[in-house]
Design a protein around this ligand. Structure first.
Ligand code: FAD
Length: 490
């Protein structure tokens, strides 16, 4: 199996060679490695990298994940990698000293899968975005905002809406955005990625090299097969692209009609130019938001939107812009809070009774404390995101009508019993939707630590192939977290 991999040639300095000599796995000790071992790691890193230990400057900023629900998980050390070689050094050092580790790019994992009490391998310094022809080469730690900042080349690939979300986590699990109906999911535009494997080697994965690993990197999710140090995307030239953004708010009693009309527009839109997100939210009061974009002019959009505007939005913003300015409007930086989410991925329309159940749930939301919010957000699917066969990539939900995010956010100071009640409430509407929509399918990038049959829910029939690939590339389950693909699965 190893012979089939294309191990990339990398320069290794003498210090790195000492660490890279592994892997001889020691058992993890509760005391953690000695000071000398940390020194060994520090010395082996490239000049642009750094090692942070608790109490040292810079540690806190990097230690805290985006989801404050997991802010208490404190790494024993954080290695801020600057090169793929630093990543190899970190993996080999962890194996040698028996220290568990977790890779982190944007740090937005819902379920805390990028937190660890061992070594946190941060890729944020590897955030370069380099255009070349129609390709965009993106570092393993780049975020959506890094991609948007590199807009002079006018090259785009479908990414997410939140500036801080990492391209790595987003793409490896699928990658939904406001352009996926037109141009496919983020993972569908991936043409190559470089991965540091459990044995510390760095390999390339593409349709030609390690094609099975490449398949797994398109929907199989982060933290499973290795650490991806770079990604190449088949980008879309957008220099001449106009987009009209719409951002509308409605009262809850418009829910049924609004969903009926939105679903009708989506059904008729054969081009994928129309993309949107419908948010049912209670953040002090209940309301419905319809946010999205049309890849075309204001005039044409208004023809589509007319039946929706008839419903009398309480807030209304519709504006034609250049593509990048439209993405700026769609980007939001959410407040840093604690959050939990459940998701469902149906393959059918939402009927009136289901929408009524959601609006009533929103109306009766009990925050327990001011500011604690509940939401059901529907991300429109279909169009190009539904064209590949379900087994063409590891992302299986190709017949999806929506990805539904059922979530709550709270201030981390909220008492445990109040949080418990918030979680119970999202559990209730989740069960209603699961019953009405006849599915438990779930989006791996909205992971839910309480989900029981997560293997089938996230991956459907693709799970078996992911296990085979795991056995080949990480037979010892070095890369693991609470819901990772496990090479020992029967
Ligand atoms: C505010 C917010 C907005 C979001 N919006 C969207 C959206 O619009 N569309 C969408 O599809 N999803 C969205 N998500 C979900 C998002 O796609 C996932 O949370 C994703 O995993 C985040 O990636 P990350 O790199 O920021 O996360 P991280 O927490 O850094 O990583 C996520 C997982 O990948 C692993 N990992 C990280 N880096 C690497 C690497 N380089 N190689 C291998 N494994 C790695 C981690 O160990 C962890 O298991 C959103 C999440 C949040 C919190």
């Amino acid at each position: 199996m190893r012979n089939r991999r294309d191990v990339l040639r990398l320069g290794t300095g003498a210090a790195a060679a000492a660490v890279a000599a592994g892997p001889t796995t020691a058992s993890p000790t509760s005391a953690g490695p000695r000071a000398a071992a940390w020194q060994e790691l520090r010395r082996a890193l490239s000049p642009g990298a750094a090692l942070y230990r608790p109490g040292g400057g810079g540690y806190d900023r990097l230690a805290v994940p985006e989801n404050l629900r997991y802010a208490h998980v404190r790494p024993a050390g954080i290695v801020a990698c600057a090169t793929p070689r630093d990543v190899r050094v970190a993996v080999r050092w962890s194996v040698k000293h028996g220290v568990p580790f977790a890779p982190r790019s944007g740090g937005h994992d819902y379920a805390g899968h990028s937190t660890t009490e061992g070594l946190l391998v941060s890729l944020r310094r590897m955030s370069e975005v380099v255009p070349g022809g129609r390709r965009l080469r993106v570092g393993g730690g780049a975020t959506n905002s890094d991609v948007y900042r590199a807009r002079e080349a006018n090259l785009y690939f479908p990414g997410g809406r939140c500036p801080g979300v990492g391209v790595a986590g987003l793409t490896l699990g699928g990658g939904l955005g406001f352009n996926d109906r037109k141009w496919g999911l983020g993972c569908d535009r991936l043409t190559q990625t470089e991965v540091v494997l459990a044995d510390g080697s760095l390999v390339r994965a593409s349709a030609r090299e390690n094609p099975d690993l490449f398949w797994a990197c398109r929907g199989g999710a982060g933290g499973n097969f290795g650490i991806n140090t770079g990604f190449t995307f088949d980008a879309i030239p957008v220099a001449d692209q106009v987009a009209t953004v719409f951002d509308l708010t409605f009262a809850l009693d418009r829910g049924v009609k609004l969903m009926e009309r939105v679903q009708e527009i989506l059904r008729r839109d054969g081009t994928g130019d129309f993309d949107c997100r419908v948010g049912f939210v209670n953040h002090g009061h209940g309301e419905i938001t319809l946010l999205g974009q049309y890849l075309g002019t204001d005039d044409r959009l208004r023809r589509h939107l007319a039946p929706i505007l008839e419903l009398g939005p309480t807030k209304r913003f519709v504006e034609q812009r250049h593509f990048w300015k439209a993405q700026d409007h769609l980007m939001t930086k959410p407040e840093r809070v604690a959050l939990a989410s459940k998701s469902l991925v149906p393959d059918r329309r939402l009927e009136a009774e289901t929408v009524t159940a959601v609006t009533e749930w929103i109306r009766h939301w009990q925050p327990g404390r001011a500011g604690n919010a509940g939401h059901v957000t529907l991300f429109a699917m279909g169009g190009r995101s539904g064209t590949p066969a379900p087994d063409e990539t590891a992302f299986p939900h190709r017949g999806a009508t929506f990805v539904i995010d059922i979530g709550t956010t709270w201030d981390p100071a909220t008492p445990g019993e109040v949080v418990g009640h918030l979680l119970d409430q999202i559990g209730t509407v989740y069960h209603t939707l699961r019953r009405d929509l006849g599915t438990s399918a779930s989006y791996v990038n909205f992971p839910d630590p309480d989900l029981h049959r997560w293997r089938t829910a996230y991956y459907g029939p693709n799970h078996d192939r992911l296990v085979e690939i795991k056995r080949r590339y990480d037979p010892g389950n070095l890369f693991r977290h609470g819901q990772s693909v496990d090479s020992r699965t029967a």
